[in-house]
Every structure is written in C-alpha cells, then in structure tokens.
Design a protein around this ligand. Sequence first.
Ligand SMILES: Nc1nc2c(ncn2[C@@H]2O[C@H](COP(=O)(O)OP(=O)(O)OP(=O)(O)O)[C@@H](O)[C@H]2O)c(=O)[nH]1
Length: 287
Amino acid sequence: MSDRDRDYIGFATLPDQVHRKSVKRGFDFTLMVVGESGLGKSTLINSLFLEDLYKNRKIPDVSERIHKTTTIEKKTMEIEERGVKLRLTVIDTPGFGDAVNCEDSWKVCINYIDEQFRQYFTDESGLNRRNIQDNRVHCCLYFIPPWGHSLRQMDLELMKRLHRKVNIVVVIAKADCLTTAEVAKLKKNILSDIREHEIQMYEFPECDSDEDEEFKQQDRELKASIPFAVVGSNVTLEIAGKKIRGRQYPWGVVDDNLLQTNAPVCIPAYHIMLAFHALRNGIWIDR
Ligand SMILES: Nc1nc2c(ncn2[C@@H]2O[C@H](COP(=O)(O)OP(=O)(O)OP(=O)(O)O)[C@@H](O)[C@H]2O)c(=O)[nH]1
C-alpha cells in the first residue's frame, strides 16, 4: 500500500468528468450501517472516514437493549478533500437484531429506505428540482458476526427485502478474531448462501484501464476478497517509527499489512474502495 493511499478517503480521485461537476456541487453519500450491537460498526465508520462521528454516543446496557426497538439515527458531516466536498450521512440502526423478534428490525430499515425514495421522487416531480437534496440510501454496510458459520435466517430475510432497494456490501466484522482458514471458510459459506438465495450484492466495477499496475492488482485482490473481512481501529500506533492504524494485542499488532486475499482487508484500502466505487457509480441497481 503506497503512502498516497494512506492519508485520504479517495473521492478526490474520481474521473475528470464526474470530478468537475462534483467539485462545484459536492457529493451526497448516505451509508446505512446494519448489524447487532458491539460488532464494531462505529469503530469501522470512524476508521473509514477518519472522523469521530460517535463522540456523544451512550452505549445502552443489556436490560435496555432487550426491550429496545430498532431506531434510526442519522449523523451528517461535511468532509472536504482536495477541494471536493462530500456530505456524508451515516444512518445507524441501534437496537438492530437485539430484540427477540427481528421483524421489527427489518421493517424499520426498509421503511426508512422507502421513505427516502418517496421523498426524492416527490421532490423530483416538483418545481424546485435544482436544489433537491438526495437523501436516498446509496449503500448498506451489513455486518456479519465473526462467530457464526454463515448468514443467519435473519440476515437472509433482511437481505431479500433490501437487495433491490440498496447496494448491499457485506462485511465480516472483527475479522481479527478468526484465523486465515476460518475467514476463508466463512467467506465461502456466505457466498454460497448468497448464491443459493439469489441475493444481489453490490458488484464493484472494472477499474479504469489507465490506472497503474499496482492499483489494478490491488483492485483485483480486493474484488477476490469479497465479502470483506474487516478490522476497525481508531487508534494510531507507532511501530518501528511509522504511524499506523491498528489494534495492539498482547501477542502483537493487527494492522494494514494484512492485505492479502482472505486476510482481513486493511482499513485504508477498503475505505478507498467503498467511498470511491460507491460514489463513482452512484446508485447502481435496477429500481
Ligand atoms: N477485536 C476487535 N474488536 C473491535 C473491532 N472493532 C471494534 N472493536 C471493539 O468492539 C467494541 C464495540 O465496538 P463498537 O464500534 O462500539 O461497536 P458497535 O457495533 O458500534 O456497537 P453499538 O454502538 O452498540 O451498535 C469496542 O470495544 C471496540 O474497540 C475489531 O475489528 N476487532
């Protein structure tokens, strides 16, 4: 991974045409984060966008969680990178999957997504079309716990309801808890479930032919490692005089040198892929 890739989010490297328009107007990008409590969602989002979006959060205790229904929490911030503005909205779903009956969790997510479509459609049919704010959910980052064997019934049910409405990117959370062989097995099982249930995942497009070989190779490796196994960290460690983001354990450090097929995907690379591809392609699936 080159230093070039380490320090920024990646949306400033969009192709020229899109870039010119976006420089003027900026992007709206809405990311929905789905997964049970404690899977490292906030940590990963903070690592992806290099900001602390969750400064003021209060972590509910167990008794609160059991009775809690899924809610929608919206956080917006503006990030600027080389003159390109990104208005990032993260839709969090606290309480997701915590209750005994998960049907409520699906409904809350689906209703929210549908409502944003309806609003956008209404605005587009109105007179003031130039100043529409695009609040549609562009991407759903779906966290799978590392301790299962594959997708659970609850995951399948939600994905079946979501996959035609939003780009789903499945991630295996806290992948540092698994060995390389376990990650490979879990990925294989997840992919097989996805195929069997005919769920559409977001497909990252071909990278531009004029990209350099290093970038193309990285692109190939990342695509081959779907569903991404991720490790999040908001901590910067100093290892051999170099500052890196990673997790320090009694036995060593997990950092972004682990970028190989089937190993946990390094944070900056994944984050570039996600922001770059999702933004470049806008909304991808048939609606
Ligand atoms: N081992 C490991 N631990 C992680 C990772 N990411 C986060 N954690 C830890 O897991 C705990 C929960 O992380 P959070 O980011 O708060 O999880 P969350 O999913 O946002 O939780 P809620 O806000 O309750 O929904 C924290 O102690 C993190 O430090 C990871 O990739 N690996």
